[in-house]
Design a protein around this ligand. Structure first.
Ligand SMILES: C[S@@+](CC[C@H](N)C(=O)[O-])C[C@H]1O[C@@H](n2cnc3c(N)ncnc32)[C@H](O)[C@@H]1O
Length: 258
């Protein structure tokens, strides 16, 4: 049986919810959510996952989606502390894995500066969910010996060419937050030495029933993204491993085991 007695009064659990499907949550994440007294969640956390929290739990969306207006990071931090000071178990629920472009370190440091105890639970990052759903590897013997996660959106709008492997054909690149910047990414990678025929895969809503895959070559990346007119979260994969992406029957990837 799940009880609240396992943690002291006033505690924060920073939880990775995975990319949307309840089946991608860890058992620890599920238990934390079921014992939450206050829940601060990201915009990308699905309704199905939110429904797992107790009905009496306070639920507040603190999510950020691209350029849209949302609560600032400093307000989220302050809210966490305010709720914890009431003696609640606060769950800070993040999409995917908290340690991948999740600002988790900023939140941990803030909690520590306020003397608040906390624990972090990992989650399935969107790249892993996309790879499983569309059946491509992220590394592949002899073809992709390294993997780099990058952000397509930095403060100055550029991608970081110092990142290890950007020009190495044996490195798989996965871009998060990249859908508005694909033409620039393609041009930058080409200038860095990636060939025009490098395989690319673009996955929208990875891990969810409405997921979509587009595949092609680096030279046509911008056109592929424009034609798809994605509305959901999008990941971009560049490198040899992405040539294995399969246009699968989505009813197979949503098969349940109970
Ligand atoms: C702020 S980052 C958070 C990443 C998250 N912590 C993770 O581990 O997946 C948000 C970006 O992650 C990617 N993303 C998150 N969920 C996704 C999904 N279900 N499908 C495709 N991309 C996703 C998108 O690139 C989105 O812009």
């Amino acid at each position: 049986m799940l009880r609240n007695v396992f943690f002291p009064k006033g505690f924060v659990t920073l939880v990775g919810a995975g990319p949307g499907d309840v089946d991608h949550m860890t058992l620890g994440a599920l238990k934390a959510l079921q014992t939450a007294q206050a829940l601060l969640y990201d915009a990308l956390v699905s309704e199905d996952i939110l429904a797992l929290a107790p009905a009496r739990c306070v639920k507040i969306c603190v999510g950020k989606r691209g350029d849209r207006l949302s609560i600032s990071q400093s307000n989220t931090n302050a809210l966490m502390v305010k709720l914890v000071e009431r003696g609640l178990h606060v769950v800070r629920l993040k999409g995917g894995d908290p340690s991948v472009f999740g600002r988790v370190e900023e939140e941990r440091q803030y909690l520590e500066a306020h003397g608040i105890r906390h624990k972090t639970l990992p989650g399935v990052t969107a790249a892993s969910a996309a790879a499983a759903q569309f059946q491509f590897p992220l590394t592949h013997r002899g073809e992709a010996r390294a993997l780099t996660f990058l952000t397509g959106r930095t403060k100055d709008g550029d991608i970081d060419l110092r990142a290890e492997g950007v020009s190495d054909p044996m490195t798989s690149l996965v871009f998060y937050m990249s859908s508005h910047n694909v033409a620039h990414i393609a041009e930058t990678l080409t200038n860095a030495g990636r060939t025009a025929d490098t395989p690319v895969a673009i996955v929208e809503n990875a891990g969810r029933p409405q997921a979509q895959l587009r595949t092609g070559r680096l030279a046509e990346l911008a056109l592929l993204v424009k034609a798809a007119a994605f509305a959901g979260p999008v990941l971009l994969g560049v490198g040899a491993a992405f040539a294995y992406a399969r246009d699968i029957d989505l009813t197979v990837s949503t098969v349940r085991y109970a």
